[in-house]
Design a protein around this ligand. Structure first.
Ligand code: OGA
Ligand code: MN
Length: 296
């Protein structure tokens, strides 16, 4: 079958047909999908009833698996999906039931409702994320995507010049802290130490620039905190205007794949008393966005 892609958003977001993700991809299919990612930045595949193993195998066409350590407050032994290598983005506990509303894990996971780019809190941030909908929540839970290339292009020249070489500090403690989640164990403080990321990054294939924003960003090198936070707020407000956003409403067995280097995303609030089972395979990036961290 031939891979075909239909653009759904104004600037980005394509829907793919003609591929069965339960089967190994042909080299041509893998190449077409990667080229589609470069162009559309987010791709939707409908009707993909994949197992955890098939989802991971599909992801590995595009790079190595990112090690999930350091991305959550769930200890590996308490993880529902530890064996599969997938990130658990559900609201479920190990018993398969929705987590108590006030559970620490649930409160931490609510951070996904803030605009972000996956793993921008890691020295080498994620390349692609592939999210599979296994159980869809009855109320809310849409995922929104924003095109950070189009948002960058729309900045005025003065702002582009001002931010070109800025370096931000990103940490899970900044995103969660903005929701009032402030208590961490010493081990978590060590795991969640801030890392540096460029504010403007360039795509390695097509060379377009994008705003590298994320709610994990909480400081800018050489700037006072209030000035940095205000600038980041303004940029986030600009970048998430309706013009640059595409809203995805989930159907069971949808798989959505996004490029974290050129987009942000967030999930909208949903009914926490009902299950929402979403599983993510994450493809690791290959290089830091700042030269200083290359040697670490
Ligand atoms: C993620 C994420 C949003 C959602 O998987 O990285 O932010 O809709 N998920 O669950
Ligand atoms: Mn995410």
């Amino acid at each position: 079958m031939t891979v075909t892609i239909r653009q759904l958003g104004k600037h980005f977001f394509g829907e793919v047909s003609g591929v069965d993700l339960r089967k190994p991809l042909t080299p041509q299919e893998a190449q077409d999908i990667e080229a589609g990612m470069d162009k559309y930045a987010v791709l939707l595949f409908r009707g993909q009833d994949v197992t955890d193993e098939q989802q991971m195998a599909f992801a590995l066409n595009f790079g190595e698996r990112e090690n999930p350590r350091g991305g959550s407050v769930v200890k590996p032994e308490d993880s529902r999906l530890a064996q599969t290598g997938l990130n658990d983005v559900s609201n479920l506990g190990k018993d398969g039931k929705p987590l108590p509303r006030d559970s620490r894990i649930n409160l931490f996971n609510l951070g996904n409702c803030l605009w972000h780019s996956d793993s921008s809190f890691r020295p080498i941030p994620a390349k692609f994320s592939l999210l599979s909908a296994r159980v869809v929540n009855p109320k809310g839970g849409n995922t929104e995507f924003a095109d950070m290339r189009a948002a960058y292009d729309a900045l005025d020249d003065e702002t582009k010049a001002e931010i070109e070489d800025m370096i931000c500090e990103h940490s899970l403690m900044y995103s969660r802290g903005s929701l009032g989640f402030l208590d961490y164990t010493d081990e978590e403080k060590e795991l969640f130490k801030p890392v540096l990321q460029r504010l403007v990054r360039t795509h390695p294939v097509h060379g377009r620039k994008s705003l590298y924003l994320s709610s994990h960003a909480g400081a800018i090198r050489g700037m006072t905190m209030p000035e940095a936070r205000l600038l980041l707020r303004d940029l986030n407000e600009h970048a998430t205007q309706g013009e640059f956003v595409y809203v995805h409403k989930w159907t069971v067995h949808d798989l959505v794949m996004w490029d974290n280097r050129q987009t942000m995303h967030r999930v909208r609030r949903y009914d926490q008393s009902q299950p929402r089972d979403m599983r993510r395979a994450t493809v690791a990036g290959t290089a830091p966005t700042v030269a200083q961290q290359a040697a670490e």
